[in-house]
Ligand binder design. Structure first.
Ligand code: UDX
Ligand code: ADP
Length: 459
């Protein structure tokens, strides 16, 4: 079959995979290919067990794979064939050299740009999908234009705002699609090509356009604002615990103000995920590069509160378990950074696990989708850890349970049964405030929510 356009996604991760699948699903007239340097990942995308868990993703991949969606190991040939190339490679925080721990590591992105330049034989539109520092498009253009010849490259910024766990919903019905371009005739033409693709399923008024730098910055700022809300409510949760107030009541009252809104006000053990911390640190780094020290300090505060919240959670466990965790069995319910994903990147559970192991506790980790990732995360750290699929088996003989991820499954468990199988006094630390605290207390547990008075038996 003759396809109207050839689209290529480079990077088959949490952003590239689902974005490509949705485009193929909504636009059967286009051929969509996904490539990755990680051959095993491509093999998984071609199998029945996809490399990432995302509700609804498998169904879409099943319908489109082999029809107009293809996962391929051949980067070179696919770059040659594609008219439009979406770049969704990883841009983690740098771990070495200048800017270590703050700046984005751009090595994967730059390698991709060089591959594109090397293999391209015709004009290309190159779309930045991953979060990148402001002005990366400029560097990309410099690499592309450094080759001889008359191939034209137009770089667009089209940041992806999907959240994990709801990626399919977010891609199918986005709040907005943002496309940044150069304001030149060629840049504006390239922008229209991308607008046309999205118009296949997104209403035109939700496709917004801007200059390229504003588009790049908007993605960093959106994540910074979202993370700031989480840190704001988490800071208030500490206040509520000290003052005997209830953070859920405060969030409800505050969120009913339509100027503030009620979303993203759930206090918890801290935010995780591959984006929030990375993007804020990157923003902080860029602010310092521009000499904006006060602005940098302001945003750094969001990450500091997040660190504080995770440490506060651990210290609360230590203090309420009689100041020693040595040899105590603790079940961690959930390891993913949020529900409905198998992703554990920057999960608060990693920090909490490390700290509990430092206190010489024994850990039993359970999670319905992220157990394999948890094993990989904890491999380096070592210590007394078991990974158990069945939550009832995981809690047996434990002194404490801590809820790390808001999987619905955990609010539906039989806690009478769990209480009976645990060591006494049995403690529950609800790091996501998803359980019925009074009911747990009535069963016999000592209950420690976030930002609410603890329910503890008289001693
Ligand atoms: C985020 C942005 O939401 C998304 O737009 C962007 O494209 C990528 O980064 P993601 O990291 O997948 O998405 O998940 P998100 O739902 O934003 O949650 C991030 C973290 O904040 C999670 O650990 C979550 O548990 C935590 N969180 C979120 C809270 O603790 N409380 C809340 O009220 C909301
Ligand atoms: P994200 O959450 O941003 O999607 P992931 O780490 O899940 O990030 O995915 C990024 C993918 O990009 C990985 O599968 C990685 O192997 C791939 N990748 C990195 N560099 C290149 C490259 N030069 N060419 C092709 N794929 C790459």
């Amino acid at each position: 079959m003759e396809f109207k356009k050839n689209l290529l996604f480079i990077g088959a991760g949490y952003v590239g995979g689902p974005s490509a699948a949705m485009m193929a699903y909504k636009c059967p007239q286009y051929r969509v290919v996904v490539v990755d340097i990680n051959q095993e990942r491509i093999a998984q995308w071609n199998s029945d067990k996809l490399p990432i868990y995302e509700p609804g993703l498998y169904e879409i991949v099943k319908e489109t794979r082999g029809r107009n969606l293809f996962f391929s190991k051949d980067i070179e040939d696919n770059i040659r064939c594609a008219e439009i190339i979406f770049v969704g490679v990883n841009t983690p925080t740098k771990t070495f050299g200048e800017g270590a721990g703050m700046a984005a590591d751009l090595q994967y992105w730059e390698k991709t740009a060089r591959h594109i330049r090397q293999y391209a034989q015709s004009d290309k539109i190159v779309v930045e999908k991953c979060t990148l520092p402001v002005k990366t498009a400029l560097a990309m253009e410099e690499i592309f234009n450094s080759s001889n010849g008359d191939i034209r490259f137009d770089v667009l910024s089209n940041p992806e705002f999907l959240a994990e766990g709801t990626a399919i919903k977010d891609l199918e019905n986005p709040d907005r699609v943002l496309i940044g371009s150069r304001q030149t005739a060629s840049g504006l033409r390239a922008r229209e090509v991308l607008v046309e693709i999205y118009e296949n399923w997104v209403p035109r008024e939700r496709i917004i356009t801007s200059d390229i730098w504003s588009s790049e910055l908007s993605k960093l700022v959106a994540n910074a604002f979202l993370a700031q809300r989480v840190s704001s409510i988490n800071s208030i949760s500490a206040f509520c615990e000290a003052a005997g107030a209830d953070v859920s009541e405060v969030a409800r009252a505050v969120g009913l103000d339509s100027r503030i809104g009620n979303k993203f006000l759930n206090a918890g053990v801290g935010f995780g995920g591959s984006c929030f911390q990375k993007d804020i640190l990157n923003l902080v780094y860029l602010c310092r590069c521009y000499g904006l020290y006060e602005v940098a300090d302001y945003w750094e505060g969001v990450v500091k509160i997040n660190e504080y919240q995770k440490e506060r959670f651990v210290l609360n466990m230590l203090r309420t378990m009689f100041n020693t965790l040595v040899g105590k069995k603790i079940c961690m319910m959930g390891f993913a950074f949020k529900a409905n994903t198998s992703d554990t990147r920057e999960s608060p559970a990693i920090y909490v696990a490390k700290r509990l192991l430092e206190e010489m506790a024994e850990l039993i980790i359970t999670d319905p989708e992220a157990l394999r990732s948890a094993e990989a995360d904890m491999k380096e750290i070592g210590g007394n850890i078991r990974f158990v699929d069945d939550p009832y088996e995981a809690v047996q003989g434990c002194h404490a349970v801590c809820v790390m991820t808001e999987w619905e499954l955990y609010s539906l468990l039989d806690y009478e049964r769990i209480y009976k199988s645990m060591d006494k006094p049995a403690m529950i630390y609800d790091g996501r405030n998803i359980l019925d605290h009074q009911k747990l207390f009535d069963i016999g547990f000592n209950v420690f929510p976030i930002g609410k008075p603890a329910l503890r038996r008289e001693r």
